[in-house]
Design a protein around this ligand. Structure first.
Ligand code: NDP
Length: 287
């Protein structure tokens, strides 16, 4: 029987711990604050940001939501980030992607202080992840690692195949698994005979954005499937990149969509914000 790794349940446990830590900070007279910047009218971005702000509220983390019209200039956005970097009452800064085409996303991400980069996208954090010691791990791969940890999976020596090689999911995911002793393959859209790779994997991480592409015939018996993909079907329902029904009884563990990696990603954002606040306290930044 395939077991489900519930992101909702795991998120609830971790968020309860985060709430306690935030509460302890409040009792010490310290706030924990995340600034969220949203540019334009992309409906999916509005939903993601609303969920993040709501999750902050539930854990006692203050959120400052700044919404800007799509025609904001890059200069104006960079100036606002600089102000937030210097604001000692702000611990984490998140700029919701994608940004409008006239804005260089890289320039915007690089403008965020690496100490407040709770998404873990800044080049300093990405580079530090390569050598093993980032200030912040990117939230989605961090979430996937927590989900593997929750089932006490022995990552050391396991063969992990990651399908999808983006900077925010696939590549950092590979590094985190490698650091834990996995043997890792990253596949992309040019990979020849994708199934030949996934069929050998103990762990398959799906991060493509193609509904139900991973079928039972593509995995070996007893594999663990972590499904990062979020796809909206024509009937309005959400599904992952892994065919949840087809994989039943073949996979040992699987994460559902919705209710899997999604809520855990937001949870790791809260965790990173809490860590940012503690870190900035320590270096006496937030006096
Ligand atoms: P990107 O579009 O940035 O990257 C997709 C990757 O998939 C690319 O590396 C691409 O290859 C690869 N790919 C595309 N087609 C194939 C194929 N047929 N076979 C193998 N690889 C393929 O997406 P993201 O990484 O940003 O997101 C991936 C999915 O995860 C999306 O559904 C997104 O919505 C979801 N997501 C979910 C999150 C969560 O919290 N649960 C957070 C972030 C993303 P190439 O490099 O060659 O183009």
């Amino acid at each position: 029987m395939t077991k489900i790794i519930s992101g909702n349940e795991l998120a609830k446990k971790i968020r309860s711990q985060i709430s306690q830590n935030v509460q302890t900070r409040i009792e010490q007279g310290k706030q924990t604050t995340l600034a969220v910047i949203l540019v334009g009218q992309d409906p999916a971005s509005h939903v993601y940001v609303t969920n993040k702000v709501k999750a902050c509220q539930e854990c006692g983390i203050n959120s400052i939501l700044e919404k800007y019209e799509a025609n904001i200039t890059q200069e104006q956005l960079l100036k606002r980030i600089q102000d937030l970097n210097e604001d000692k009452n702000v611990h984490g800064i998140l700029v919701q992607l994608p940004l409008p085409k006239h804005i260089d996303s890289h320039a915007v991400i690089e403008a965020i202080s690496p100490y407040k980069d709770v998404d873990g996208f800044h080049i300093a954090n990405a580079g530090a992840l390569m050598t093993g010691n980032p200030i912040f791990k990117p939230c989605t791969p961090y979430a996937c690692m927590k989900m593997l940890e929750s089932i006490n999976y022995e990552i050391k020596g396991a063969y992990a195949v990651i399908v999808g090689a983006s900077n925010i999911v696939g590549k950092p995911m590979a590094l985190l698994l490698l650091q834990q002793g996995a043997t890792v393959t990253i596949c992309n859209s040019k990979t020849k005979d994708l199934a030949a790779h996934t069929q050998m994997a103990d762990i398959v991480i799906m991060a493509v954005g193609r509904p139900n592409m991973l079928k039972a015939e593509h995995i070996k018996q007893g594999a663990v499937i972590i499904d990062v993909g979020i796809n909206r079907l024509e009937n309005g329902k959400l599904c992952g990149d892994a065919d949840f029904k087809d994989l039943q009884d073949k996979a040992a563990f699987i994460t559902p969509v919705p209710g899997g990696v999604g809520p855990m990603t937001i949870t790791m954002l809260l965790q990173n914000t809490l860590e940012a606040a503690s870190y900035l306290d320590k270096i006496n930044y937030n006096t």
